[in-house]
Design a protein around this ligand. Structure first.
Ligand code: PAF
Length: 291
């Protein structure tokens, strides 16, 4: 595995792969890799001949009171895991490469509307940072395929929108969430949970599954009022369990707008801090099929 820091070295490697008629897959990460990230790398390897992974903890997607300074970092172990999976290039850009000038004076990429909802409400600067850094990484790597986790469902939909709107010739692929044995979605921030919170954390997905079973009694959404009632009940359940739910919304998979009467392809999105970790999770629900 070739470890590179400079964009010129990255471009030389990717151009050589393209010259050899290889398709290039890309997995952007912030490091501290777990099985969820490794699933993204495996998915990239299935879809592309040459795989680039980046590790860069992007400061602009963290709020002032968030964990940028303490974000977990395991660079040697990350490099070992990626080499073992047969990654071709590990891109480790420095801050000056990603943000060469004064950050507040640099061009920002932002997806309006979807970016303002759900996590965008609780973390107003977050998606500005994500779309700005991902668009910059896309221009540096110039991949054919880019892979993101469905764990960050809103991020995935926003990046798909950005890719389409800015006409990037890149196929954006979403990969299913990897969970621990009790059902908690893997996340670098799960390390902030105590043993007992790790057990409680699994109840977030359990609650979404309960909502799915309630929804599945019908072939499509019956009314917005019924959805609002279900969202409220789920929030109440989570509060009783010790979460501090910020939102639970039943929305349309395609554009993440609130589900309406007659909709069938839904996703339930939730953010529910527990102790020192802000847990997010989601569940796709297809009402048209028998489930
Ligand atoms: O999902 C993440 O880890 C980050 O948001 C990403 C896509 C690497 C951008 O910094």
């Amino acid at each position: 595995m070739n470890k590179v820091q400079r964009v010129s070295s990255l471009r030389a490697a990717v151009q050589a792969a393209h010259k050899d008629k290889k398709t290039v897959g890309f997995v952007p990460t912030m490091g501290n890799l777990h099985e969820g990230h490794l699933a993204l790398v495996r998915a990239a390897k299935l879809r592309a001949d040459f795989v680039v992974v980046s590790i860069y903890v992007n400061p602009t997607q963290f709020g002032a009171d968030e964990d940028l300074d303490n974000y977990p970092s395991t660079p040697d172990e990350d490099a070992r895991l990626l080499a073992e999976l047969g990654v071709d290039v590990l891109f480790l850009p420095e801050q000056a490469t990603m943000y060469p000038g004064e950050i507040s004076a640099q061009t920002v990429v932002y997806v309006p509307k979807i970016g303002d909802l759900y996590c965008g409400k609780n973390r107003p600067e977050h998606f500005y940072g994500v779309t700005t850094v991902v668009s910059r990484l896309f221009n540096m790597v110039q991949p054919d395929v880019a892979v993101f986790g469905k764990k960050d469902y809103q991020q995935l939909v926003i990046i798909k929108r950005m890719t389409e709107d800015l006409a990037y010739p890149i196929q954006v692929v979403g990969v299913d969430t990897v969970r621990n044995e009790s059902g908690l979605a893997l996340s670098s921030r799960n390390g902030y949970l105590t043993e007992s919170q790790l057990k409680t954390g699994a109840k977030l997905q359990e609650t979404l599954r309960w909502m799915q079973s309630e929804l599945s009694e019908h072939k499509s959404v019956k009314s917005k009022a019924a959805l609002a009632r279900l969202e409220k009940q789920a929030k109440h359940r989570l509060k009783e369990l010790g979460f501090e739910p910020q939102y639970i919304n039943i929305v349309r998979q395609v554009d993440l707008m609130p589900a309406e009467k007659g909709d069938q392809s839904l996703v339930i999105l939730a953010a529910a801090p527990l102790g020192k970790a802000r847990l997010i999770d989601n569940l796709e629900v297809e009402l048209a099929v028998d489930n």
